[in-house]
Design a protein around this ligand. Structure first.
Ligand SMILES: [Fe+2]
Ligand SMILES: [Fe+2]
Length: 386
């Protein structure tokens, strides 16, 4: 990347200060910024020591240094009683030729060190967040070039620290947006579920079953199942029954078996789910996430032999996401207790599902399911209904 930049800028023989300025501009964290200053500033400025001081409220933290003998790395000093604090609070560059003749200097802290002269430059003049100090072991007045070099390094560090802060803000707000989206999805899914006989953790369990199954199936369905798609299936699976929001309570909460008419109304939850997600798409614009969620909501009750609903799709015409969800959904319904039925044991549920290979379910997926079925049992025990 560095070489590319140099080429773009057509700087073949970049001077070392430019080189440091460029590297600082690309730094991705405070540690990297300080390491760059530590490793290069002393030689560039021509000093016997360099410190990188961070402002921490009312204190100055000597965070990093490069010097002929140790200075104050790791120590805190009150901003009122040290020269870096003085420079930061007044937003001024300080040059002191003889530190023992200057009463702004806490002499006791300097006596054990080699320092006789210094220059201190705030980082980010308008609102200093740090300072860079240069030190000499003899009484010395740095030249204009040396001071300019130090100021340039401090200015570049200021830009770099601002970049890092912006980047961190950006990452945080992106993460917050993702978390908010996931929370809303779960809230919507939970809303559908609380109205249903299926209680508690059905949405968590089914999304985990689907993930296990999709991961095991990725070799067989390599073209359709990559990391990103599996992750999206996992995230959109909780919405599979979102359409149940539109099914009347007397049907949804009926403690017994549904009659024909009631079952026909129950079946509309697939179409209602598709329409609900379509409404979201119209509002938010379409995304792979929403179209997968829609596909799953619409097709998770289709059957391999064409006898499912709502459209009677068969075989490979049923989207893979719907075929995966069907297995997860049925497994969970079988091994969970409902007001109208008992739970059946894990192995009985597996046998029943396997016996439906080629009828209800995709035979390829059933082969894979029989291999990973023990993981389904583990997931079921992890998210038990209370
Ligand atoms: Fe459903
Ligand atoms: Fe379900």
């Amino acid at each position: 990347m560095m070489d590319n930049l140099k080429r773009i800028l057509s700087v073949d023989e970049m001077n070392p200060v430019d080189d440091l300025v460029l590297k600082l501009a690309m730094a991705r964290g405070l540690d990297e910024i300080m390491a760059l200053v530590r490793s290069q500033a002393r030689a560039l400025v021509g000093a016997d020591g360099i410190t990188f001081v961070l402002r921490r409220g009312q204190e100055c933290f000597y965070a990093d240094e490069d010097a002929i003998t140790p200075l104050w790395k790791g120590q805190y000093f009150p901003a009122q009683a040290c020269i870096s604090g003085w420079a930061m609070m007044r937003r001024e560059v300080v040059v002191i030729e003889d530190i023992y003749a200057d009463d702004r200097i806490p002499h006791a802290a300097y006596r054990p060190t080699f320092v006789k002269s210094l220059a201190m430059v705030p980082v980010r003049m308008e609102d200093p967040v740090a300072a860079i100090g240069a030190y000499w072991s003899r009484q010395y007045l740095p030249s204009t070039e040396q001071l300019n070099c130090l100021k340039r390094i401090a200015n570049s560090a200021a830009v770099a620290m601002t970049n890092v802060a912006l980047l961190e803000d950006l990452v945080t707000s992106r993460e917050e947006a993702i978390q908010a989206k996931e929370a809303i999805i779960f809230a919507m899914a939970a809303l559908a579920e609380v109205r249903d006989n299926e209680t508690g953790n059905h949405i968590y369990r089914t999304q985990h079953y689907v993930k296990v199954l999709a991961e095991a199936a990725r070799e067989r369905f390599a073209e359709q199942l990559d990391d990103a798609t599996i992750d999206l299936i996992f995230k959109s699976a909780p919405l599979h029954d979102i359409g149940k929001i539109g099914v009347p309570d007397k049907i949804l909460l009926k403690p017994g078996k549904l009659d024909r008419d009631e079952f026909a109304i129950m079946q509309t939850h697939t179409e209602l789910g598709r329409r609900t997600i379509e409404a979201a798409e119209r509002r938010l614009g379409t995304s792979t996430f929403l179209s997968l969620a829609k596909e799953i909501a619409y097709t998770h009750h289709e059957k391999w032999d064409g006898s499912g609903y709502p459209t009677g799709l068969s075989g490979g015409n049923i989207p893979l996401s719907g075929r995966l969800m069907a297995i997860a959904d049925v497994y969970d319904a079988l091994v969970s207790e409902r007001v109208y039925k008992q739970a059946i044991p894990h192995q009985d549920a597996v046998d029943l599902i396997v016996s439906e290979s080629g009828r209800h379910f995709d035979p390829d997926l059933i082969e894979i399911f029989s291999q990973v079925a023990p993981a389904f049992a583990t997931i079921h025990s992890q998210f038990v209904d209370r």
